[in-house]
Design a protein around this ligand. Structure first.
Ligand code: FPP
Ligand code: MG
Length: 325
């Protein structure tokens, strides 16, 4: 019975309160001066995809220890801290339709709250006394930072292509989803080939997640809760923009490149380019790029035991592919 009923959506709903409780407990461990900011970014809701991946990965391999929820909170803390820092770097006023943490609480307190959350994530994983799990988390943090630094280095430039973009998003987003799955698999004490299969599933799903995110950047702000065309304003040369620039003649491309490098598009220009991207289906073409990575993710699933949890992971694929916000 449970087998048939287990679905991603049901799991989201069922597990949300327990994941929320684990996150509340984590917030309670933050230093008092940054606790309110931690609560603001960690307890605000969201899909909780990363904790769920940890949970499902562990259960898929036969582990359902009660302290799994404590482990689940680890990737979510890293995720929330990275977005908090990302909003500072991007000078974003809003996140998920709410005022961003640094706008509400001030730059310095927000920066330190992110630092504290990252440090706490590290402390929390040491509780499990497993060097491989600590390594998994530290690696993911390092790769995420490297991916973000890579993106900053590319900002304003039109000179890179899809390959370098993929390299960058693998770091920026892929590694944390990889770690979310890997943590669960490691904790379950699974054999190396299963840990690898789940890690690769997470990595490919994460890459696809970011590609879809970059397609969604040109969707309507009222649906996504994020301003439309942020990547264009910020000089991030993502696949929808690569398609758009590919359709420009030399003169248009030079004019575009100048504004892109200096972040000087007017709001009208941003709206016009976003409309063209949607009309010409460049956002759909971007989702097709994600499909290649989702297929690789699916291949990884074939290496895992046939369990209800594996079906849940299979449902993650269309969830990433089709998400609208
Ligand atoms: C969102 O990208 C940002 C990330 C996925 C990673 C951000 C990473 C850092 C700021 C480095 C610090 C992180 C750690 C772990 C120490 P986006 O700007 O494309 O997405 P958005 O539209 O949601 O802002
Ligand atoms: Mg951002």
């Amino acid at each position: 019975m449970r087998e048939q009923d287990l679905s991603l959506n049901r799991l989201f709903e069922e597990e949300r309160p327990r994941i929320q409780r684990a996150l509340e407990e984590a917030v309670g461990l933050l230093p008092a001066p940054v606790r309110e900011i931690g609560a603001y970014v960690l307890l605000a809701g969201g899909k909780r995809l990363r904790p769920l991946m940890t949970l499902v990965s562990a259960r898929l391999l036969g582990c359902n220890a009660p302290d799994l929820y404590r482990l689940c909170a680890v990737p979510e803390m890293i995720h929330a801290a990275s977005l908090l820092h990302d909003d500072i770097l991007d000078e974003a006023d809003t996140r998920r339709g709410r005022v961003s943490a640094h706008t509400r609480f001030g730059l310095r307190p927000a920066l330190l709250a992110g630092d504290a959350m990252l440090a706490l994530a590290d402390c929390e994983v040491t509780v499990f006394e497993r060097a491989d799990m600590v390594e998994c988390v530290s690696d993911a943090m390092m790769r995420t930072v490297a991916g973000e630094a890579h993106e900053i280095a590319l900002q304003g430039s039109l000179s890179h292509g899809e390959e370098e973009y993929i390299d960058m998003v693998t770091g920026k987003t892929g590694w944390l989803l990889r770690a979310s799955c890997r943590l669960g698999a490691l904790y379950a004490g699974a054999e190396a080939r299963l840990v690898s299969a789940l890690s690769d599933f997470g990595l490919y799903a994460g890459i696809a997640f970011q590609i879809v995110d970059d397609a969604l950047d040109f969707a309507d702000a009222s649906v996504t809760g994020k301003p439309c065309g942020g990547d264009l304003r910020e000089g991030k040369f993502t696949p929808p923009l690569m398609h758009y620039v590919g359709g420009l003649n030399e003169r248009e491309r030079a004019a575009f490149g100048e504004k892109f490098a200096t972040g000087s598009f007017s709001e009208e220009e941003v709206a016009r380019i976003a409309a063209i991207i949607r009309e010409r289906g460049y956002d759909r073409a971007t989702r097709s790029l994600a499909d290649g990575y989702l297929r690789r993710a699916e291949t990884c699933l074939a290496m895992l035991p046939e369990t209800p949890e594996r079906n849940v992971l299979r449902e993650v694929i269309p969830f990433i592919r089709n998400r609208e916000k």
